[in-house]
Design a protein around this ligand. Structure first.
Ligand SMILES: [Zn+2]
Length: 445
């Protein structure tokens, strides 16, 4: 043991022993005390301005809210248009005068939104943020919308499409979901090519990589703060580590036409994914990765398992890349939080607090707060699902669940003697705002 640490220990040891005797955690807390703490903490937590780390703001008729589309499939209970909470959302956001969302009453809501949209223009979505006390939020969209105020919404763009440059007939034909998704990836790639004035794929692999870098740099100049992958919808998330020569060979063979064998395509994609991750480190563009279950009938939960990403996240070559695990690996969020032990890996709880009710979400959040409280960030995953559950209502649902669950879980932690009340509030600021903002080095607030 070094001399300094001996000195440090002798100074702090008596204090630490004292503190642990005084502050010993207990497994059971009195419900009355938890309730009292909850009542005191919630109004303070409501006053914390939120940075929303993941959302897709937009109107239902706007195709750019995502780089893919939802195939017809079954929504979990809380995301259905029958959710009675949506009446409370409509009341809070639009002063909705009815107690149900019957077809006739819902028409009032659709009309009211159309009126406000016309009347407020660029302030429409900013006003929703104001009502919910969201200071600034991510707009994870194919392209930014001119109806979103750039002071309030920061762009996160999609980078999956660089992995699908070849003839995709085999990729498309795997199932009906891919028939929807893959053409949208092709469309996205063509939009990036148009942006860089490329009429066709470059002949040389080197120039294809330069094109990718150019898109990243240009998007960053346009205000993009991070790149996003939703790759789990299109292929397994376990990425191999092929050489550049292997990828180049495959590019040469198929960039002019021809359908690659599945293994060839995956090898090429493994290289491109790692190239993007590395560029994310060089350009200070954090890498957001969808890490949870997904919609549609054919989303593979096992092949999209968050743990498949471990070899990438713990690869010392990528220490300069900040990773954000969007949706926290749900429903494996309890395992996934341990990935945040890597210093450049962060968690985002969006979707979790919409799929789960507060009663369940607070327990997941507690485990996160008890493990790496400085690495967890809040997001709503706001998205225009349908007329009753628009981006507006999903903002409300995410924020309400986030704040009430946070107050409940911190009340339990304080009552169980795990943290002091002031430490609890510091954690609340971290989760709702500070931890995410810190990642972007002054580009967001
Ligand atoms: Zn999302």
């Amino acid at each position: 043991m070094k001399l300094e640490s001996q000195v440090l220990l002798s100074v702090f040891l008596p204090f630490m022993c004292g503190a642990s005797l005084f502050g010993q955690a207990r497994p059971l807390a009195s419900p009355a005390q938890v309730q009292e703490l909850y009542t005191r903490l919630l109004p303070q937590i409501e006053k914390i301005p939120i940075f929303d780390h993941h959302a897709h703001p937009g109107f239902p008729d706007d195709a750019d809210v995502d780089a893919m589309a939802a195939p017809p499939g079954s929504s979990p209970l809380r995301e259905r248009d029958t959710n009675p909470e949506l009446v409370a959302a409509a009341k809070a956001l639009f002063k909705y005068p009815y107690a149900d969302l019957s077809a006739e009453h819902a028409k009032w809501l659709v009309n009211r939104k159309a009126e406000l949209k016309k009347e407020k223009g660029i302030a429409y979505f900013s006003d929703i943020l104001d009502i919910l006390n969201i200071e600034q939020g991510v707009a994870n969209r194919a392209m930014m919308a001119d109806y979103l105020d750039r002071k309030r919404f920061v762009w996160v763009f999609f980078t999956d499409s660089f992995m699908w440059p070849f003839d995709n007939q085999k990729e498309r034909s795997r199932n009906v979901d891919e028939q929807v998704y893959i053409p949208l990836q092709e469309k996205m790639l063509h939009r990036w090519m148009e942006q860089e004035k490329l009429a066709r794929l470059p002949a040389a692999f080197e120039d294809y990589l330069k094109f990718i870098t150019q898109v990243l740099e240009d998007n960053q100049k346009k205000g993009g703060i991070a790149m996003k992958f939703e790759v789990a919808y299109f292929r397994p998330t376990r990425f191999g580590d092929p050489s550049r020569e292997q990828a180049e060979e495959i590019y040469k063979r198929y960039s002019g036409g021809g359908v690659p064998a599945e293994q060839e395509y995956r090898t090429f994609q493994d290289f491109i994914f790692r190239y993007l991750v590395r560029e994310g480190g060089r350009l200070h563009l954090p890498v957001h990765i969808h890490s949870a279950v997904g919609i549609g009938d054919y989303f593979s939960i096992s092949e999209g398992n968050v743990m498949n990403l471990e070899n990438i996240l713990r690869d010392p070559r990528y220490v300069d890349t900040v990773f954000v695990l969007i949706h926290g690996g749900y429903p494996l969020e309890r395992e996934a939080i341990w990935l945040a032990s890597v210093k450049n890996v962060y968690m985002d709880s969006s979707l979790m607090e919409v799929v789960m009710y507060p009663a369940a979400f607070k327990d997941s959040l507690r485990q996160w707060l008890e493990t790496f409280p400085d690495k967890i960030t809040f997001g709503t995953d706001s998205f225009p699902y349908n007329d009753a559950l628009g981006a507006e209502e999903s903002y409300w649902l995410g924020v309400q669940t986030g704040r009430t669950s946070l107050a409940a879980t911190l009340a339990e932690m304080v009552a169980a003697n795990e943290v002091s009340e002031s430490k609890a509030l510091e954690m609340a600021h971290g989760y709702l705002h500070d931890n995410a903002v810190r990642i972007y080095g002054g580009k967001v607030h």
